[in-house]
Design a protein around this ligand. Structure first.
Ligand code: PGA
Length: 253
């Protein structure tokens, strides 16, 4: 059975005090209210990782993740954070290839393949994001594009390493726009991704990969999105900044 995951991508938001409050509130609500088998991940800004990790403690349902890491092992790369640093802090997950990184920081498939490698080498599970911009969706080439993104950055991996990766399908036109993909659009794309993985690695491996949906997930639409057979949870941006709303999303799985 593949893992169900609801991850909150806090992006570049919150002060340290606000981040601590958010983590404490969600932790308490999840402890009290969430019964099912779901993993909750707080993807915090780098400076708050340690503090949020301390708040979470050894809760086995909640983990902390970084939002990015360098493709380099170590060295003269001012301002960067390495996978080895994250490993030394016991951080289990790292988001890689978020569309904001692709769009504003020029990250492409080749670079992301290197980041995936360095993350895995350091025992971190990548939450690998893919997804098309509106123009591609309108042209009708979104399936091809997303398959290519997955292929470029993940298909050099062994099956054992691929199984450690969480994929997040996030149509760029749905991120932060309030415009969610319909449950049917999400299911279609998740099935396309799973089928593509099955074509290269076989169905049993593809069936083990958690594929999250991201893009304007909120407490009102989460249930319908998560009800799809190939949607194994969500990567939530804006709605993860509010403890009550995020907890409701976690409960929708
Ligand atoms: P959103 O962001 O939920 O605010 O659309 C999702 C994401 O970028 O991961």
């Amino acid at each position: 059975m593949r893992k169900k995951i609801v991850a909150g991508n806090w992006k570049m938001n919150k002060t340290l005090q606000e981040a601590n409050t958010l983590a404490s509130e969600v932790l308490a609500m999840v402890n009290d209210e969430v019964k099912g088998d779901v993993k909750v991940i707080f993807c915090t800004p780098f400076p708050y990782l340690q503090s949020v990790k301390t708040i979470v403690g050894n809760n086995n349902r909640i983990s902390v993740a970084a939002q990015n890491c360098s493709e380099h092992e170590s060295g003269a790369y001012t301002g960067e954070t390495s996978a080895a640093m994250l490993k030394s802090m016991d951080i289990p997950y790292v988001i890689l290839g978020h569309s904001e990184r692709r769009q504003y920081f020029g990250e492409d498939g080749k670079l992301l393949a290197k980041k995936v490698d360095v993350a895995l080498k350091n025992g971190l599970a990548p939450i690998f994001c893919c997804g098309e911009v509106l123009e591609i969706r309108e042209k009708g080439t979104h399936e091809q594009l997303v398959k290519q993104q997955v292929e470029e950055s993940l298909f050099h991996l062994s099956a054992d390493d691929l199984k450690k990766v969480v994929v997040a399908y996030e149509p760029v036109w749905a991120i932060g726009t309030g415009k969610t993909a319909t449950a049917q659009q999400a299911q279609e794309m998740h099935a396309v991704i799973r089928k593509h993985i099955a074509g290269k690695y076989g169905q049993p491996t593809a069936d083990e990969i958690t594929i999250l949906y991201g893009g304007s997930v909120n407490a009102a639409n989460a249930k319908e999105l998560f009800a799809n057979p190939d949607v194994d949870g969500g990567l939530v941006g804006g709605a993860s900044l509010k403890s009550r709303e995020f907890t409701e999303i976690v409960k929708s799985i």
